[in-house]
Design a protein around this ligand. Structure first.
Ligand code: ZN
Length: 390
């Protein structure tokens, strides 16, 4: 197969152009004056950056009768032309892969998922190729190009290199996923940590729109955290920023798969909760749905395990609030299925552990299915396409 060629390049690879594009994407339609104000740029800089984007069809400008002033020219509104291009986003979990085809506004047009027969990189790449092929076939009907594919994976991901350094659920180490997937799919590929990808989608379209500092905390198989500081999604120097799953809650606590004791993960990870519920209730438990059913049926031992998990999550969130002072923490992930069992403990432990004004941080819950995580992956592909610094 030939090496992937980017059929199209974003016409203005400057920080101002990508900032203007993402401002219009999140907040549009906007007048040029609003774009300048929100992006903190001069009117001249906006005019200069917008022109090639309009010429290439990524942005369109519509005359807007609503804002017509009494005197002078009517203000026109700038918006992203969603139908101009398509992107693919893929979220890989331990046993399934979820894929979406989105437009340039990151609206989901088609969603598909496939079971993963095994977790070996070769098998996952074969399933990925099949899923992308299906989505590309669907894309043919839209008559516009697919300009990139974003892949989201749990664990330590080096976005710049496109390498999965360590993914505990897939048991992968140092897999050059972007390179392999680009060869398999023929598309430009970006790879990112799954929680960071979800955070990009929340920043552009979700509960993080308009906030300069916020965090996304996900509970489920793993406990993850995406951080936005001064408007940027933070990866850190070693690509592990936000690994709150391995914050120590109690150094004498239960053993964690990382080799230490008492990590947040050891209290609140799905598999860890299920195992503990099995131990306490003396019932053989095979998955978290069974543990959840026992707790929902009122088994006191099972309910206690969820209460302890909630306390640990609340303390983990307070640690994030104390370190970074976010305006909001968005709690999501498949673990929200148990939210009624630990919501109170999360809030109480958060309030008890957050220092001073950090306790004013707004905690919101957002149930986001795996298609939304795949949409986050598509958002990273769009970001990769428009950003000057990739
Ligand atoms: Zn650990």
């Amino acid at each position: 197969m030939p090496p992937p060629l980017r059929a199209e390049v974003f016409p203005a690879h400057t920080p101002a152009a990508s900032q203007i594009f993402t401002t219009v994407l999140s907040h549009g339609p906007l007048t040029r004056a609003d774009v300048a104000r929100r992006a903190g740029l001069s009117a001249a800089a906006v005019t200069k950056a917008v022109r090639p984007l309009i010429e290439a069809g990524y942005l369109v400008e519509d005359a807007d009768a609503e804002t017509r002033p009494l005197l002078g020219r009517p203000a026109s509104l700038v918006r992203v032309d969603g139908g101009r291009a398509l992107f693919i986003g893929v979220k890989i979990t331990g046993d399934e892969i979820f894929g979406v085809l989105t437009d340039l506004c990151c609206r989901i047009r088609v969603a598909r998922h496939l079971p993963l027969p095994t977790r070996a990189p070769k098998a996952v790449l074969a399933s990925l190729a099949e899923l992308v092929r299906e989505l590309l076939t669907e894309a043919d009907g839209f008559g516009v190009p697919v300009l990139g594919c974003g892949i989201a994976v749990a664990g330590e991901v080096d976005r710049a290199q496109g390498t999965v350094r360590y993914s505990p659920f897939l048991e992968w180490r140092d897999v050059p996923l972007a390179e392999l997937a680009a060869m398999t799919t023929g598309l430009p590929v970006t790879v990112d940590n799954d929680v960071r990808a979800l955070t990009v989608a929340e920043q552009w379209f979700g509960a993080g729109v308009g906030l300069s500092d916020f965090a996304v905390v996900t509970v489920g198989a793993g406990i993850g955290c995406g951080l936005v500081v001064h408007g940027r999604v933070v990866a850190g120097a070693h690509s592990v920023a936000g690994e709150i799953g391995h914050i120590t809650i109690d150094s004498a606590g239960p053993p964690c798969h990382c080799g230490r004791r008492g990590c947040l993960q050891a209290y609140a990870g799905d598999a860890e909760i299920a195992a503990r519920v099995g131990e306490i209730t003396g019932t053989p438990i095979t998955d978290s749905a069974e543990a959840l059913a026992l707790a929902h049926a009122g088994h006191p031992g099972a309910r206690e395990v969820y209460a302890r998990a909630g306390e640990a999550i609340g303390r983990g969130i307070a640690t994030v609030a104390n370190l970074l002072g976010p305006e909001r923490v968005i709690i999501s992930g498949e673990g929200l299925a148990a939210y009624d069992l630990f919501a109170e403990q999360i809030r109480d432990a958060f309030t008890a552990t957050a220092f001073g004004s950090a306790a004013h941080c707004d905690l919101v819950t957002r149930p986001l299915p795996f298609e939304e995580w795949a949409r986050g992956a598509a958002a990273t592909a769009i970001r990769g396409f428009v950003r000057a610094d990739r």
